[in-house]
Design a protein around this ligand. Structure first.
Ligand SMILES: [Mn+2]
Length: 307
């Protein structure tokens, strides 16, 4: 494999988690939760109300591990609607027919995509779900939208579905599911890497619907919703995964398969590695228009006439 070369080719970037949160232990972090925090049992009870609501799916009894029942989860708001369309088009071109749940963060996006919904493509309005603590604040920042995904993941896992979370600003070049299913017995979660190797990027994240993973997601929600310190979804997850109390088996997906945007869109990296890539992620490219321009330049913007 090209892993060594890929790592060497990685552009110099600022360390994404130099702060103390990366080495802090979970009990210490949880001890710092605000007084108005709620217990993990109360949080579980609150979130389980979502299973009865409009997000409900028939509960699946897992009878074996293969093939698992999984849902691809993604979220969008009106700023990312065209990027969402491009992502859907990339799946259509792969001729994969997987169940997708799209969480719409505003009414406009909901009515735009709900017209196309069917049994394989569910479109849900995010305000239909109960979101705890800080996650319930209705602020339309990107980070807030990203943090709320933890609640959607939890709800799907509790319904017996594995979840594949995919950022909307991705383009699927090859179907990634066979990579996961070929070693399904050996891991609990599969996740792309952030700017540091073995630093999780919950932009592409497969989770098994098993108790220790559900518990991890519950802790993740608790930290994001109630911790005194404000974490990004990424830093909170990194902290949890480094905690000795969390015992999930993690497979970090190689950069040669799931590169950073700063790798894929770097000309020399692209020349050497583009052929091995499964998922292109348009991160670190600025806001919508810059992403679209870069996708277009690399022939992965599919929405232009004749593309
Ligand atoms: Mn992204």
């Amino acid at each position: 494999m090209h892993v060594k070369k890929v790592l060497q080719a990685r552009p110099e970037v600022k360390r994404s988690c130099p702060g103390p949160e990366c080495s802090v232990n979970l009990p210490i972090a949880l001890a710092k939760l605000k007084q108005n925090s709620i217990s993990i049992n109360a949080l579980r009870k609150m979130l389980d109300q979502n299973i009865e609501g409009s997000f409900a799916l028939p509960v699946v009894k897992r009878t074996g591990l293969t093939p698992p029942t999984f849902v691809i989860l993604t979220t969008t708001n009106s700023n990312f609607a065209s990027i969402m369309d491009n992502w859907l088009e990339s799946l259509r071109r792969l001729r994969v027919r997987y169940n997708i749940t799209l969480m719409s963060e505003d009414n406009e996006t909901f009515s735009y995509f709900a017209r196309r919904s069917n049994s394989e493509f569910r479109v849900i309005l995010s305000s239909d779900l109960i979101t705890p603590g800080r996650l319930g604040r209705n602020i339309p920042t990107y980070q807030q939208i990203i943090r709320k995904r933890t609640v959607y993941i939890y709800t799907l896992l509790r319904n017996g579905r594995d979840v594949l979370l995919s950022d909307v600003d991705t383009v699927w070049i090859k179907d990634p599911l066979p990579l996961i299913f070929k070693n399904y017995q050996h891991f609990d979660i599969w996740i792309a890497q952030g700017r540091e190797p073995n630093f999780p990027c919950p932009c592409f994240f497969y989770l098994k619907s098993i108790p220790r993973v559900i518990e991890l997601v519950l802790r993740w929600i608790q930290v994001l919703a109630y911790s005194e310190k404000v974490y990004t979804d990424q830093n909170a997850l990194a902290m949890l995964l480094r905690s000795p109390e969390v015992k999930v088996k993690v497979d970090y997906l190689g950069y040669e398969l799931f590169p950073l945007g700063s790798q894929y869109f770097n000309d020399s990296w692209h020349t050497d590695h583009a052929s091995t890539v499964y998922i292109v992620h348009g991160n670190h490219l600025g806001r919508g228009e810059e992403k679209i321009a870069m996708f277009r330049k690399h022939g992965i913007w599919y929405l232009d006439r004749g593309q």
